[in-house]
Structures are given as C-alpha cells and as structure tokens.
Design a protein around this ligand. Structure first.
Ligand code: PA5
Length: 445
C-alpha cells in the first residue's frame, strides 16, 4: 500500500468546482516538469534519480559505510541546509531520535557545520575525546561558510590525532564532481569523494550520496530507500489530477493559499518525525518563498505541541491549514496495563494499544481544528520504514516542484539566501567587501 491523500475534512473549505478550476494549471505544471521547459529546468535530475543513479558510486557508498562502521565510533557529518537535513531526518525517523544513545553496532553520528555556535562546536569536540572519529564533509558548492569552518576544525583534529596519512582515510567528501574549493582540496589531499550531480540542487539531494552515505553508516537499507522512491516515481508520473495524490496535494495547498491561508502546518504524531518536518520546511520554504509569494511552511508534533500551539491553532488567527502525516502502523505495539486500584482513573484504557490512543487523539484533533475553521488534509503513510521514507521524499519533492510552478516561481533556486551572507562577510572584513562594511557599520551605529 502506498502513501495516500485523504481530503474528506476539506469538504467545508474547498468546493469540488475549485479543484476542477485549478486542474488545467496543475496539468500545465505537470507538462512543464516532464518536458523540462520551466524555470530551473537544469535542476531536474532528482525527477529520475530513484532509477537513474550511478550504480558504481552506490556500491562505493556501501563499501565506505562498511569501512566507517569497522573503524569508527563517531562519525561527524558536516553540512548545512540540503546538505544536512535529509540525512538527519532519515536517521531520526528510521533509527531513532535517540540513535546515539542506543545500544548498536554502528557508529554514533553527530551533525556539525549547520550553525556557527562556538558552544555547539566545543560540545561536539568534547564528544570526540577518546573515540575513533571519521568525517563526512558535504557541500555542493564547497564554499559554504558554516561547513567550511567546521571542516577546518575537524580536519585539524583528525590530522593531529592520526597523522596526515590516516586522517586522509577517515575523511569522505561529498561535493561537486569538478568544481569548488572542497573538490580541489579533496583532490589535493586524496580524500574519497562522492558526487552531488550538477542537475540536483541541495534540498533535492537526499537520495544522492548526501543522504545515502550517512544513512548507510547508520545501518539504514539504502536499496529499500531507493526502491520506495522508485515506486513513488512510477505512481506519481500520471498526468491526471484524479489519479495523482501528489498533484492533488499541490492543488489543494494552492487553492487554500489563494483563499488567504498563509501558513501550512505539517503535523505529525510521531516525535521521530521532527527532523522530517525540518527537511520539509527547507524544501518548501526555499523553493516557494520568492517574489513576495509562497506559503510559510511550519510544523508541529502532536500531541506534544497541542499543549503549546494547540490553543492558537484552535482559536487564534485563521491564517493556516494543516497537513497531517498519519503514520498508520507503529513499528512496535505498546499496550496499557490494567491497574486494579485505578487510582489514576485510566482503566478505561486498560489493555488498549497506545497507537489506538494516539490515533484517537489525531481524529479528535482534526475534528476540533476543522470545527475551529482550520482546513485539514491527511497524508496517510502505511508505516515507518525505508520504503515509505523514500516514497515520502519523492512525493514531497514532486509536490514542491508542482507547487512552485503553480505560483510561477523557480522552485530550484534560492537567491535570497545570499543577502545575509554578503552582510556577514562585509561585517567580518572579508576582502572585497570593504565598501559594504562601512555602510553596514554606519547602519548598526
Ligand atoms: O537547497 C539548497 O541548495 C541549500 O539549502 C544548500 O543545500 C545549502 O545552502 C548548502 O549548500 P552547499 O551544499 O553548497 O554547502
């Protein structure tokens, strides 16, 4: 069974004729994508990646993962944005948010280079004490400041600890096949390298070595991940709105946006989904938020956040809709025990499966929020496993591309990300930014 979109709770918010009205635009977006005739059409490698990937490199990824598993206690994955979020989402969803605390025969994995916090860096440096360390540096451009800074720190740590020769065998670089500082450095130093294809942008790269190497190190079955994505590629190829849930999802979110909903809240009832939420937010935020347009992607994990954001969602500004990811089968059952004394009054749940309690919380919340004026749609995911993860990744990537084309923006660039960088470089005195520095300092007083 595959992931499905359930729109029954949208009935009082979206009329059938609205879906009919948007159909030609969705089909036009479908053609634009399949004919590769739209904005950003040189970044469509992800559309065929699940089937059309470099098999030789895929084997090298598995071999590198086996080596890391055999000679490493702690793997540092250095990267930011699309070069970080997908791998961490997979690790937390498919292994555990507490992966590093589990008893396991695979290395701990820590993510660095996704902030510039000295406290965070010092904490991870301390964790490396007395442990066998390897590094996977991931950067498509090879020049992003955050990962480059972290790599400088951990490369030095490895070289001091193991000497240049052994350090070389503990560093794996995932980057552009020919360009960039990281590629040059890797070639000069002789690191094993993996390629982020030219036509796959950062946030669409989780099914390349960017995501696959850390996943394989964590013991995740990357063949099954690719299998799930390939199934989605087949299922979601059809240019028919009635038969394509991915297109339907893109259509409904666009209709809701046009009706004044500014925020899409991705909702899950699994704490392990938290980093998937982050991956989703980056995918949609960087892809759609352009030309003063776009839905603001936000997320919550229920029932946790029902006790923080629940009040606002129920009764606050009516600015949002919810997309609920309903994971229909938990990996392991947990039954509530009977307590003869029933002092807590919970015996009405005796012998009940906790997943049923979670599911009822979801149903109750959907009904309450819908009643409160928040449109809800539900993405039904059969369970948590590698296949479903791969399927979900492809589903959201394609929905995001179609959504971008419906908004007439380029879903594959991120020009706005440069603004903060320019200011930061100028304020730090990077050569070439002298004029801006004076101007910015004057503004800062
Ligand atoms: O989606 C994107 O392209 C970005 O989020 C990048 O992944 C991010 O900025 C990191 O870039 P790089 O891999 O070049 O270091």
């Amino acid at each position: 069974m595959a992931m499905k979109l359930n729109t029954r709770y949208l009935k009082s918010f979206v009329n059938e004729h609205e879906l009919k009205a948007i159909e030609p635009q969705v089909l036009a977006a479908h053609r634009t994508l399949t004919e590769k005739s739209g904005l950003g059409n040189d970044y469509l490698g992800w559309t065929t990646l699940p089937k059309d990937y470099d098999r030789e490199e895929f084997s090298r990824i598995k071999a590198a993962a086996r080596k890391i598993q055999s000679d490493t206690d702690l793997l540092l994955v250095i990267g930011i944005g699309g070069s970080y979020l997908g791998a961490r989402a997979a690790l937390e969803l498919l292994r555990s948010p507490y992966y590093n605390n589990l008893k396991k025969d695979t290395p701990d994995i820590y993510f660095v280079g996704n902030s510039i916090s000295p406290d965070y860096l010092n904490t991870v440096l301390a964790l490396c004490e007395g442990r066998r360390v390897s590094v996977n540096i991931i950067s498509k451009s090879g020049t992003t400041t955050e990962p480059a800074l972290a790599f400088r720190v951990f490369r030095e740590l490895l070289e001091q600890r193991y000497g240049k020769e052994e350090a070389r065998g503990r560093i794996y670089a995932t980057t552009d096949k020919a360009r960039g500082t990281l590629k040059e450095l890797s070639d000069r130093e002789g690191y094993e390298t993996f390629v982020i294809p030219d036509d796959v942008g950062g946030r669409y790269s989780v099914l390349t070595a960017v995501g696959l190497l850390p996943m394989a190190v964590a013991g995740i079955d990357i063949d099954a991940v690719m299998g799930g994505a390939a199934a989605a590629m087949d299922d979601l190829a059809v240019g028919d709105l009635c038969k394509n849930d991915c297109y339907k999802y893109a259509a409904y979110r666009n209709i809701l946006y046009r009706k004044g909903k500014q925020i899409e809240l991705l909702v899950s009832y699994e704490p392990a989904f938290t980093m998937m939420n982050e991956w989703f937010k980056q995918l949609f935020g960087e892809s759609e938020g352009k030309d003063q347009k776009g839905l603001f992607p936000a997320s919550v994990v229920f029932s946790t956040d029902l006790h923080s954001m629940g009040q606002f969602i129920q009764e606050g500004s009516r600015c949002m809709f919810e997309t609920v990811v309903d994971i229909q089968n938990s990996t392991k059952d947990f039954f509530v025990k009977d307590d003869p004394e029933n002092l807590d009054g919970l015996n009405f749940l005796s012998n009940q499966n906790m997943s049923v309690v979670n599911h009822k919380a979801m149903q109750g919340t959907i009904l309450a929020h819908t009643e409160g004026g928040v449109p809800n749609m539900v993405l039904e995911v059969p369970g948590i496993n590698e296949h479903e993860f791969g399927y979900m990744v492809y589903f959201f990537e394609k929905a995001c591309a179609i959504s971008g084309y419906l908004l007439a923006v380029n879903p594959f660039n991120q020009p706005g990300v440069e603004s903060y960088k320019k200011n930061m470089f100028a304020l730090l005195g990077k050569p070439g930014y002298e004029d801006q520095r004076a101007e910015l300092e004057a503004k800062l007083g």
